[in-house]
Design a protein around this ligand. Structure first.
Ligand code: PLP
Length: 389
């Protein structure tokens, strides 16, 4: 028997990757599948960014770099975050790591002791709960409800805060619901924290993809900058999932500890990726605008069409590239429905429960696919419901 460490029993996963493997297996058997399961832009990385990466490779950015990131990228990010969040950020407060995910992991490792409580959204990005459990902290879910457009209820948050609360994780725009916190929500959350020693991990990886309203960062509120770990990255905005690059912005002393965790694990983020990252932030943004325009069109198309399907009802997500239809009226449990749609209708989506127990009654479909494929998926689901419901 494999002598596995006990902690591995506490490690979760991201179901999207597993569904993708199942979908690929069906494709290998000759089945046609429409992929609406994975959370990554279907677009290629913008040309100017790819060219910057190639140029960096040619110039020898193929070596180890500093664990906290190349100074030029940390400087670029510090300026960008200062501008977009209306705060003053120095390069010492920036850590560049291989994706947003390591920021989640390293932050937990650096801050959470056994027994510490961490409040996180449910439904939410599954890696939060997985990492909280893995480091031995206590995972305290805060439900997000459709009636509130999937924005957390601050009164509930207040009830969940205890003397042991170490951290609160917020995510806006949100995966999987597309919920966007308002300026008032953010102010209320900061109020609920008051002057307690609670850190906030604010996952803002979708902050440049908002359809309605505006992005508000808790970091910009009085007294909150030193309490906030801002998570952001390149995967979504610039379609750079495979370059493996993300960053955290936090007080400089914590940033140094996060960099030490990087030294001990990944060493550093690929140097050529980082040089491409400088171009992504500083260069021409027309590709980003074009992608965002496409996402908006797809969203509107999806919402109109999905609401014509028996048993499905779906609010319009305000940001990010996911839809989260309510399927309770089908009478099917989410997981069973997601499996059946994959096996019988050839549409890969995710059960809402892949994002936590409060995701029961929902499915998540990514709209990071062409209108043509989205139309095909919804036609298939429509057909399927006519025979099976
Ligand atoms: N945070 C959220 C809410 C996400 O949806 C994702 C990716 O799906 C990430 C963080 C991490 O992305 P990456 O590690 O590619 O930067």
């Amino acid at each position: 028997e494999l002598p596995l460490a006990r902690r591995m029993a506490r490690l979760g996963t991201e179901t999207a990757f597993e569904v993708l493997v199942r979908a690929r297996a069906l494709e290998a058997k000759g089945k046609d599948i429409v992929h609406l399961e994975i959370g990554e832009p279907d677009f290629d990385t913008p040309r100017n960014v790819v060219d910057a990466g190639i140029d960096a490779l040619n110039k020898g950015f193929t070596h180890y770099g500093p664990s906290a990131g190349l100074p030029i990228l940390r400087q670029t990010i510090a300026e960008e975050v200062s501008k977009t969040r209306g705060v003053k950020v120095t390069p010492e407060e920036v850590v560049v790591v291989p994706g947003g995910k390591p920021i989640i992991f390293f932050t937990m490792l650096a801050l959470a002791d056994e027994g510490d409580e961490i409040i996180y959204p449910n439904p939410g990005f599954p890696i939060y709960e997985s990492m909280i459990n893995f480091v031995g902290a206590k995972a305290v879910p805060i439900p997000l409800r459709e009636e509130r457009d999937f924005r957390l209820d601050v009164n509930e948050l207040k009830d969940l805060i205890t003397d042991r609360t170490k951290m609160i994780i917020i995510n806006s725009p949100q995966n999987p619901t597309g919920g966007v916190l308002t300026k008032q929500d953010i102010a209320d959350i900061a109020d609920a924290i008051g002057d307690r020693d609670i850190m906030v991990m604010s996952d803002e990886i979708y902050s440049r993809l908002i359809f309605e309203g505006q992005h508000h960062s808790i970091m910009s509120l009085p007294g909150m900058q030193e309490r906030t770990i801002l998570l952001d990255g390149f995967s979504k905005t610039w379609a750079m999932t495979g370059w493996r690059m993300g960053f955290g912005v936090m007080r400089a002393d914590l940033a140094a500890h996060i960099a030490r965790l990087a030294t001990n694990s990944v060493s550093c983020t690929a140097s050529f990726s980082q040089m491409a990252g400088v171009e992504a932030i500083k260069g021409d943004q027309s590709s980003v605008a074009a992608m965002n325009k496409a996402f908006l069109e797809r969203r509107d198309f999806f919402i109109k069409r999905v609401n014509q399907i028996k048993g499905f009802s779906c609010r319009s997500p305000h940001g990010a590239f996911y839809t989260f239809p309510n399927i309770t009226k089908t009478g099917w449990p989410s997981k069973k429905l997601a499996d059946a749609l994959l096996d019988e209708a050839g549409v890969a989506g995710l059960s809402g429960t892949a994002f936590g127990s409060f995701g029961e009654g929902y499915l998540r479909f990514s709209i990071a696919n062409s209108i043509e494929n989205i139309a095909k998926a919804l036609d298939r689901i429509d057909e399927w419901t006519k025979h099976r419901l």
